[in-house]
Design a protein. Structure first.
Length: 135
């Protein structure tokens, strides 16, 4: 049963990472529509609305994973952060290394999106964060 659950998590992460689209440069009105198509299991979360640092926050249905798009003063995404449970880190590193150009320590280059970007991974005890910024 444990192997089945791990396989299921791996499949979900594969779909998530490979279907994930870098939304840097997209307007805040476009992001929820795109998210509905790309990640229908992620719901908008208004719990952390902040006028000083505008952002759009999405969480999965279990609220285990969080994706935040940080916006500029005109409402365009300038970078995003995806927080995932640390148990998924090795699989994510392997997937990112297959899909994107590996630059150096836990850093990849994405040239397939609307705007070329850098994907950087930061680890902590219970979760890790993927930070996607414009190149």
């Amino acid at each position: 049963m444990k192997k089945f659950i791990l396989l299921l998590i791996a499949l979900i992460l594969t779909v998530f990472i490979t279907r994930s689209q870098n939304l840097i440069g997209y307007h805040l009105n476009e992001i929820p529509k795109i998210m509905k198509q790309l990640r229908p299991d992620y719901l908008i979360d208004d719990s952390s609305i902040n006028d000083k640092y505008p952002s759009l926050k999405f969480t999965d249905k279990d609220e285990d994973n969080t994706l935040i798009y940080f916006l500029d003063e005109n409402g365009y995404c300038k970078y995003c952060k995806l927080m995932l449970a640390s148990g998924q880190a090795k699989y994510v590193v392997d997937t990112l290394s297959r899909k994107y150009k590996y630059i150096d320590t836990l850093t990849w280059e994405d040239n397939r999106s609307k705007k070329p970007s850098i994907i950087k991974m930061k680890n902590s005890d219970w979760y890790f964060t993927l930070i996607i910024t414009e190149k």
